[in-house]
Design a protein around this ligand. Structure first.
Ligand SMILES: Nc1nc2c(ncn2[C@@H]2O[C@H](COP(=O)(O)OP(=O)(O)OP(=O)(O)O)[C@@H](O)[C@H]2O)c(=O)[nH]1
Length: 598
């Protein structure tokens, strides 16, 4: 155990985490030339394209220092707020963290929020000043920022470059010297924490764990404490670039486990693995069932594809336990599913995977967060509202609660005004404002999750000209005045277009919705009135004028190739249209409420 070091890398997005991780692997000789791909740790196609480490993995390196061999387990942490629970569990599996700060960008919101997580878990922090090769680097200033943030000595900050490899040796030295070896007792019953799982269609779910106490042996009968399920440890081993099977994984070490688990749902990140016969009495603290944060309806474009969509979603769920769905039906869209996602990025990923892996074209409805409603009849029992149509009638409603988050924003002093206005427009309450330097300010807000999951980040980028970084964490439910805004097309209410909106904004948003839908819904042979309503009250109205005859006439005569192009364009456009009553609605219209400020 004395020769094991478990560490993770925490950084703001794009500060060079993956590049530096690759360098560490290189330097310790953990990778052969052949195995070198440009971003070793990001091996899912989608991840690579987006440049975001979606799933955390672990990798083991061997390093000889002062004549002694050390095992270094690098535990990768996902870089997006949607996956913050996984980050917290990965951090809990370590004793130390490299805190990487870009020498040109300095400290950003994610640097701070990840740092807090690491400090809560008592990790030893090794500050790394990265990208010092950049001409725009500001090493002295940024070192001062780091010293201020951590209260450390300037000498503790390691200057480095993932690009040139400078400083990598110093980083490895610091990991061995400064990060404490794992504690734990090998005589105690097995107690290991699951911090990740990977789905393999041939071998079943691969569980990634860190042994806290005791040890795990191949063939041992084990139990997962949260799910109460028992398995045999068919194969265990350590994670190098490939899996290396072993007979035991000892106290303090990190490994993988394969035991024929077919569904990702059976493996819960944060759960404790123990021995089935002599179980530990203590589950590792911090286990939580991950809860979806954002809900949306997913419907097949073609109603006949419903069963196929169900089969595809079930397959997706096998390898993505955080995706949840229940059947629902909509008067406008027919049969589909109400799906729960960890966040907007997760939702986009699922939609994209449905298209790529299953060739399903789907209509997604306006996403919403999960509310709690209490009725006058039973004001103690919460009704979970994941769909606007689940909201009880206003006359029966006692109160509604919505999820709030604590937001951390770091920006330049020049943009404090616009950033504050944006937060206030989004119903945020400022709780703190700290000048990190004379130039840079940290702002804290309590703000409803519903206001930030959609377009907040884009708006923030615009008002700060890109000089703002942002991160958040949930802080619970608060009472809120919410109303359901319905949209009527041709006098008919289209349930899939309804949205839950704060009462003070209902009129404004209803009006903008009508205007946006007028832009998005193609003109047809007849006038289409668009109305927004709360309850029986119409709050806004627009009309899509009927097509004039001579517009269609354009399709006749003239150049044949042009006509074909036009037809093709129409066909493509059709792909994501839904006929509701006698009105054709394109996919964008179902998302209109998200694009009101475009
Ligand atoms: N000049 C210079 N560029 C670097 C250095 N390290 C990383 N980069 C570049 O910075 C960008 C981001 O690097 P990544 O390693 O992907 O950053 P990351 O923090 O892993 O990003 P996420 O995984 O998306 O959070 C890439 O374009 C890298 O080529 C460095 O030391 N010097």
């Amino acid at each position: 155990m004395k020769h094991i070091r478990n560490f993770c890398i925490i950084a703001h997005i794009d500060h060079g985490k993956s590049t530096l991780a690759d360098r560490l692997l290189d330097y310790t000789g953990s990778v052969t030339e052949r195995e070198k791909q440009d971003q070793l740790l990001d091996n899912m196609d989608l991840e690579r394209e987006r440049g975001i480490t979606i799933k955390s993995h672990a990798i083991q390196m061997e390093y000889i220092y002062n004549g002694e061999q050390y095992t270094l387990n690098l535990i990768d942490t996902p870089g997006h707020v949607d996956f913050s629970y996984e980050v917290s569990r990965s951090i809990a599996a370590c004793e130390g963290a490299l805190l990487i700060v870009d020498a040109a960008q300095s400290i950003q919101a994610q640097t701070i929020s990840n740092l807090y997580l690491a400090l809560e878990n008592d990790l030893e922090i090794i500050p790394v000043l990265n990208k010092i090769d950049l001409p725009s680097a500001n090493p002295e200033e940024v070192t001062d920022d780091i010293v201020d943030l951590l209260g450390c000595d300037p000498e503790e900050v390691i200057p480095a470059s993932g690009k040139t490899g400078l400083g990598v040796d110093k980083i490895l030295e610091a990991i061995i010297e400064r990060v404490p070896p794992p504690k734990g007792n090998k005589e105690e019953p097995l107690q290991a924490m699951i911090f990740d799982s990977v789905y393999n269609p041939f071998r079943g779910v691969e569980v990634i764990f860190r042994v806290m106490n005791g040890e795990i042996t191949k063939g041992q009968k084990i139990k997962f404490m949260a799910t109460q399920k028992e398995y045999f440890a068919d194969e265990i081993g350590t994670l190098k670039l490939t899996q290396v099977p072993k007979n035991t994984i000892k106290t303090g070490d990190v490994g993988y486990l394969i035991s024929g688990i077919k569904e990702a749902r059976e493996v819960k990140v944060g759960d404790t693995i123990t021995d089935a016969r002599t179980p530990t009495q203590n589950m590792i603290a911090g286990f939580e069932n991950v809860k979806p944060m954002v809900f949306a309806g997913i419907y097949p474009v073609d109603t006949e594809d419903y069963e196929e969509l169900r089969a595809s979603m079930e397959k997706l769920q096998l390898n993505d336990a955080s995706l949840v769905f229940t059947p629902e039906s909509s008067a406008a869209l027919g049969f589909g599913f109400r799906c729960g996602f960890l966040g907007m990025l997760h939702m986009e990923i699922i939609q994209e995977r449905l298209e790529r892996e299953f060739d399903m074209t789907v209509i997604t409805t306006v996403p919403n967060v999960s509310y709690l409603a209490y009725t006058k009849k039973d004001p103690e029992t919460a009704v979970i509202v994941n769909n606007p149509s689940d909201l009880p009638e206003p006359s029966k409603l006692d109160r509604v609660e919505e999820p709030y988050i604590k937001a951390t924003i770091i920006t330049k002093a020049d943009y404090v005004g616009p950033v504050m206005s944006l937060c206030i427009e989004k119903r945020g309450q400022i709780t703190n404002q700290t000048y990190l330097t004379t130039e840079r300010v940290e702002l804290n807000f309590d703000i409803p999750l519903a206001e930030i999951v959609f377009d907040f980040y884009d708006r923030l980028k615009t008002v700060s000209k890109g000089y703002a970084s942002f991160d958040y964490s949930p802080i619970g439910m608060r009472v809120s005045k919410l109303v359901k805004v319905d949209i009527l097309l041709n006098g008919q209410s289209v349930d899939a277009l309804s949205a839950l909106i704060h009462a003070d904004n209902a009129y404004n948003i209803g009006k903008k919705m009508c205007e946006k839908l007028k832009e998005l819904i193609p003109r047809q042979q007849f006038d289409i009135p668009i109305q927004a309503a709360t309850g029986a009250k119409i709050i806004s109205r627009e009309t899509i004028k009927a097509l004039r005859k001579d517009v269609t006439a354009k399709c006749y005569g003239g150049d044949i190739s042009r006509k074909r192009k036009l037809l093709e364009k129409q066909k493509k456009g059709k792909k994501r249209m839904r006929q509701v009553g006698n009105v054709e609605i394109p996919q964008q219209a179902f998302m209109a409420v998200l694009k009101l400020n475009d």
